[in-house]
Design a protein around this ligand. Structure first.
Ligand SMILES: *Cc1c(COP(=O)(O)O)cnc(C)c1O
Length: 394
């Protein structure tokens, strides 16, 4: 039997090496073989470690989850196939029909859709409230309110949530507070330090950082809630790809450096834009002219995030000219990439709103959001000088 096809098809072990690799391996195996049924029992009953089937878990997902756990000061988090998988699993794994959830009224677009449409189909009640105002959130509380979901810095208007006020409220009313920490990241703020019960991420964005993977992460303080999130994710097949996890883990090696440099560039770009003719306003959380600057400085420290929004004079024609003239800057609705990307909310994330509804949150045709990357600071500012000038000469 030694030369049978099966032996040849499945070489079982790597060659011996007295030295160890310095890079974690990529484990693509879907199934894992145990010694015998007793061992399988031991694994299922938690008496022995080990994997069984990749949808239930695999080493690359766990390596990544433990790294994000450490950054957030949490434990037992779950990595999933996208940020929206994380939002969905954390809500649908924990809530039941008849419960009520409050969301910030400027949440990520698909989180809003989940709140406004999908949860309601399953009998979960939802409402939205202004997360910059704890009193507005308090007014939305019902007897059956079980969860509040907020983002600390909103997209694209860069408003800063009243995290402390909302956390105190959630605690006093026995409501779970879930924070989407995608924009701010644990390098800026650890929501658990402020009383968050659940933290989620789109790892796709700043953490992975290279626009080449789609991944999410969710973690709860309470191990039973972690288990509920894990079971929902595994049952509904939100499993991440091992290769995506491997890439994200690789991206995390430079996360601190990337975040420091992109914030530095973002602050410099915000200050630069504010001095350009044709720029009506600039939004960066820790600039003194920002409506939430005091709160941003208290929560986020000196800088804040890598996102800058700004508004130029004019309408669609000026916006088109600006996007076309921004040489080397991808006009693409994502964020957190190593390269700067430019997005225009009226034609992308906020296209579903009427012009009046957009105006109500300050988004005109001249409104842009920049996810600032790692370029040379002066070179980047120069691109925006030319792009804004081009828009104003239309
Ligand atoms: C992108 C994003 C999500 C969704 O993440 P995906 O990985 O695209 O599914 C959720 N919340 C915020 C704040 C985001 O920016």
């Amino acid at each position: 039997m030694r030369n049978s096809r099966t032996t040849l098809i499945r070489p079982v072990a790597l060659p011996d090496s007295a030295s160890a690799p310095v890079v974690p391996g990529l484990m693509t195996s879907v199934v894992y073989a145990s010694d015998d049924p007793d061992m399988l029992d031991a694994q299922y009953e938690g008496r022995a470690d080990g994997y069984t089937y990749a949808r239930e878990g695999h080493p690359n997902a766990d390596l990544l989850a433990r790294r994000i756990d450490a950054m957030e000061g949490m434990s037992g988090g779950v990595v999933m196939g996208s940020g929206m998988a994380a939002v969905t699993a954390a809500m649908m794994g924990i809530l039941r029909a008849g419960d009520h959830v409050i969301g910030g009224d400027q949440l990520y677009g698909r989180s809003l859709r989940l709140m406004n449409t999908d949860l309601n189909r399953f009998g979960i009640e939802t409402s939205l409230a202004d997360a910059t105002d704890a009193a507005a959130v308090e007014a939305a509380i019902r007897p059956n309110t079980k969860m509040i979901l907020i983002e600390i810095v909103s997209n694209p208007t860069i408003r800063v949530a009243d995290l402390e006020g909302i956390a105190a409220l959630a605690k006093s009313r026995g409501i779970l507070l879930m924070v989407d920490n995608t924009f701010t990241t644990p390098l800026s703020i650890k929501p658990v330090d402020y009383g968050a019960d659940i933290v989620i991420h789109s790892v796709t964005k700043l953490m992975a950082g290279h626009s080449d993977v789609t991944l999410g992460y969710a973690v709860a303080k309470d191990p039973d809630l972690n288990k509920a999130i894990y079971d929902f994710a595994v049952t509904t097949g939100m499993t991440p790809s091992p290769f995506d996890c491997w890439l994200a883990d690789r991206g995390l090696a430079t996360f601190e450096l990337r975040f420091a440099k992109t914030q530095e560039n973002a602050r410099a770009l915000a200050d630069h834009l504010a001095g350009l003719p044709g720029v009506k306003r600039v939004l960066y959380p820790t600039r003194d002219d920002h409506p939430d600057a005091a709160r941003a400085k208290a929560l986020l420290g000196d800088q804040g995030c890598n996102m800058v929004s700004f508004e130029v004079e004019g309408g669609r024609a000026q916006a088109n000219a600006l996007a076309r003239a921004a040489e080397g800057i991808a006009f693409a609705p994502t964020l957190g990439d190593v390269g700067t990307t430019l997005s225009h909310p009226p034609s992308s994330s906020h296209r579903g709103l009427t012009p009046e509804a957009r105006a109500a949150i300050g988004i005109s045709e001249g409104f842009f959001r920049v996810s600032v990357g790692l370029e040379d600071t002066e070179a980047l500012n120069g691109v925006f000088t030319r792009a804004v000038a081009a828009s104003q000469s239309v």
